[in-house]
Design a protein around this ligand. Structure first.
Ligand code: SAM
Length: 380
């Protein structure tokens, strides 16, 4: 039996964490940064392996140790600090026993653990983050324990990014409760008076995600907030991996990882709603119930192709505001649509071939087939 049998969501979550951290660690360490990795809700939780290799903390440690060893081979000596907090006493004991042997100060690999609530570790975490690029991973079992006003300083750390598991099903169910105490427990993530700020023109799921994205983005002053829907097909429970960054480069890497996760894990059905945001061209009724339903039936590749087409329509609408370098085209495109930087290039190539934009990347005898950041995108 696979260690992820009946835990497809966990598998998808771990896939995104592993792949994203691999690329981030490689880039940051090669770029001369020290790295801090924070896991606020570490577990272990429903782990099926003796060495906890199917737990987020072990996955991260494996990736970070490997990345550090690789850059050491080229003569760099970066410092890596990991901070794991876990409230449950028994889980903490297991966590502590599993990670202690990997604490390796002589090689600048530090592991700190904390038995208690994430929110009570803030000042220790801030210390661990000092002078480092930080990735914070938040994976709670519900919607409490990361109230934004309490953890804001962690989110705001620069340079830094946050990956968060948003338990959509729970939140969706309990925000519809009539119990005042339960409703008030959402103030910490949706902001006081959230009921009045629900966008009534949207369907409930979209309105909820919009509200959460805004609050999350504000807490970390993020310039990009991406939400990847992960749905367990068997019982239709789903959650979102929410990613916040202030870096266009991070945005590009995350879209690559997300694409691989959704394609390889066949977690595509839920992503209709989030795939295309705030773009109603009238050329598609994807936002209507019928559109969303038929979209959900498509293969992952057909879905990606359809999103790419929407992104192309969007770029066409931007052309009157051009010329602009490609570096100012792809970040807003990736922010709005579930497409990768390579897709943004393909879209430009298509528009170039169709004679709608100038093939500036081929001018002056250049043999480049696709635009780079500095190439101007402008109407032909
Ligand atoms: C979903 S599990 C984490 C799973 C783990 N990230 C993984 O992917 O392998 C959430 C963990 O957070 C712990 N927890 C719950 N509330 C917490 C809090 N306020 N602070 C720290 N840990 C908490 C729980 O005991 C549980 O072990």
């Amino acid at each position: 039996m696979s260690i992820y049998q009946d835990r497809e969501q966990t598998e998808a979550k771990h896939f995104i964490l592993r792949k994203y951290l691999q690329t981030l660690a490689f880039k940051a360490l090669h770029g001369g940064w020290n790295l801090a990795y924070i896991d606020g809700f570490s577990g272990p939780w429903q782990s099926r392996t003796i060495d906890h290799s199917d737990s987020s903390f072990m996955i991260a440690l494996e990736v970070l140790r490997d990345a550090q060893a690789k850059v050491r081979r080229v003569g760099k000596r970066p410092r890596i600090k990991c901070f794991f907090s876990e409230e449950n006493r028994d889980s903490y004991a297991q966590l502590q026993a599993a990670v202690a042997p990997l604490h390796d100060p002589a090689n600048s690999f530090f592991i700190e653990t904390f038995n208690g609530k994430f929110e009570n570790a803030i000042s220790s975490i801030q210390k661990a983050m000092e002078g480092s690029f930080a990735l914070t991973f938040i994976d709670p079992t519900g919607w409490t324990g990361y109230e934004f006003d309490k953890v804001k300083s962690i989110f705001e750390h620069a340079p830094g990014e946050v990956l968060l598991n948003f338990m959509f099903d729970f939140v969706n169910r309990f925000t519809a409760s009539s119990d005042a105490k339960i409703l008030a427990s959402f103030d910490g993530i949706l902001g006081p008076g959230w009921q009045q700020r629900f966008d009534q023109s949207l369907r409930r799921e979209e309105a909820l995600m919009k509200l959460f994205r805004e609050q999350f983005g504000r807490a970390g002053a993020f310039s990009h907030v991406l939400c990847t829907p992960i749905e367990k097909i068997s019982d239709r429970t789903h959650f979102y991996i929410v990613y916040g960054t202030r870096s266009a480069e991070g945005l590009a890497v995350y879209r690559d990882v997300e694409h691989a996760a959704l394609r390889d894990h066949d977690m595509r059905r839920a992503f209709a709603r989030e795939a295309i945001r705030e773009h109603k061209t009238g050329q598609s009724d994807m936002f209507g119930l019928e559109g969303a339903a038929s979209f959900a039936e498509m293969s992952a590749d057909a879905q990606f192709a359809s999103i790419k087409l929407q992104a192309k329509y969007w770029l066409r609408e931007q052309l009157p505001k051009c010329p602009k370098p490609f570096s100012e085209i792809w970040p807003p495109m990736l922010d709005r649509f579930m497409v990768r930087k390579t897709d943004a290039k393909d879209i430009c190539v298509d528009l170039g071939k169709a004679g709608e934009i100038k093939e500036t990347w081929r001018q002056n005898g250049s043999r480049r087939r696709k635009p780079d950041d500095a190439d101007q995108i402008e109407r032909a």
